[in-house]
Write a protein that binds this ligand. Sequence first.
Ligand SMILES: Cc1cc2nc3c(=O)[nH]c(=O)nc-3n(C[C@H](O)[C@H](O)[C@H](O)COP(=O)(O)OP(=O)(O)OC[C@H]3O[C@@H](n4cnc5c(N)ncnc54)[C@H](O)[C@@H]3O)c2cc1C
Length: 379
Amino acid sequence: MAQSCDAIIIGAGPAGLATAAALRAGGLSATILEKSDAVGAVWRRHYDRLHLHTDRVRSSLPGLAMPKAYGRYPSRAQVVEYLEAYAVKFDLAPVFNAPVQAVRREGRAWRADAGEKSQTAPIAVIATGWADFPHSPTWPGMETFGGAILHSSAYRNPAPFTDKRVLVVGFGNSGAEIALDLAEARIDVALSVRSPVNIVPRELLGLPILVYPAAEQWLPPRLADKVNAPLLRFAIGSIETLGLRRSAKGPIQSIAEDGRAPLVEVGALGAIRDGRIRIRGDVASFARDSVVFRQSPAERFDAIVLATGFRPDLRALLPGAEGVLSGTGAPLVSGRPTAQPGLYFCGAIPSSLGQFRQIGIEAQRIAQAARSLGAAARS
Ligand SMILES: Cc1cc2nc3c(=O)[nH]c(=O)nc-3n(C[C@H](O)[C@H](O)[C@H](O)COP(=O)(O)OP(=O)(O)OC[C@H]3O[C@@H](n4cnc5c(N)ncnc54)[C@H](O)[C@@H]3O)c2cc1C
C-alpha cells in the first residue's frame, strides 16, 4: 500500500531539494522520490570541465549559501558537494532507487507509482529536469556513418577523441564548451552552427552577467536587450567575420519568448578566432566517413557530438493530467499552480535569471501555494 505525506516530490536535483526544503520550512512533510542512488545525479555525470556559468551568489538555493571557497563560478564537483550539504542541512533524506513511472490523480490526492516505494499526497511536485530527454536529430545517411555519434550529455572529456576528427553539432553552451575542451586537447574540431546566436560574456564591467537581467526585470525584455546591446557588442566584438550570425532577438527576449538561453562565452569564441575551432554551417547529410554541409563541401570526421539540446516530454509520467502539458509534453507553467489542483512543476522552463536562481524562487512560490491549498482544504 502507498505511504502518504503532505507532498511528494519527484527528483532529488536542485529543484526537488529546494522545493522539499521550502515545504518543510512551511510545516509540510515532503517525501522526495529519486530514481538514482544519490542527490544531484545529473550533476555527477556532466562533463568533467564544467563550472557554473552563473555566479555562486546568484546560484545558491534558498537557505544555504555556496561556500566562498568555491570561488565565483563553482565546479561541477563543488555543485555536487553543495547539493549533498543542502540535503543534510535540511534533513531531506530522499527515498533513493525509486523511479516514478507515473503520477496520477487518486480521489483528492496524487499517487506516484514507484513499486513498493509508491506514495500518495495532496501535493505533487515534478522536479525531474530535462536530462532524460536528449534531443538527437536525424539526417539522411546517418545510419551509414561508421564513426561514433553521441549526444553531448554522454560526453565527459577529450580522451576518447585523441587523433580523431570531431564535428560538434550545435552552438549552445554545451556545444561551445565541448568544442573548446577538444580544441584545448589539440583535437581537430569543427562546429556546425545552423541558427543565429546570442553571445554574452560571463562578466560585464567586472560584474557577473546575471546582474543585468535581474536589475532590469521591470523592463520589457525587448527594451532591456536594447539597453544592453551597445555594451554587449563592445564586450563580444564582431562575430559576423567568424561566419556566425547575430540573432535578431536579444538574449533576454530569446529566453522569454523561445526558452533559448544565450551562449555564455568562456573561451570558445577565442578558439574560433584563432582557428582552433572551425565554423561550419548546417548539416545536410551523412556518408560513411564524412558529413555533407548545406553550404560547403563534405568533410571527413571520425566522431560526431550532438549538442542539440533536450526536449522534455512528460506525457508518460502524467497520464490523464489534462491542461498541464503542451502537445509535445512540455510543462505549460512552472513554479505556479497548474490546471490540476495540487500539481506543480519546479525549474521546468528556462529563465533569464539563471536556472538555479529561478528554481529557488519557484520552490518558495510552490511552498506558499501549497500552504494556501492546505489551509483552504482544512477550512
Ligand atoms: C551542462 C549544463 C550546465 C548548466 N549550467 C548551469 C549554470 O551554470 N547555472 C544555472 O543556473 N543552471 C545551469 N544549468 C541548468 C540547470 O540549473 C540544471 O540543469 C539543474 O540541474 C536543473 O535542476 P533540476 O533539479 O530541475 O533537474 P536535474 O538536475 O536534472 O535533476 C532531476 C532529478 O530528477 C530525477 N528523476 C528524473 N525522472 C525521475 C523519475 N521518473 N523518478 C524519480 N526521479 C527522477 C533525476 O535522476 C535527477 O536526479 C545547466 C544545465 C546543464 C545541462
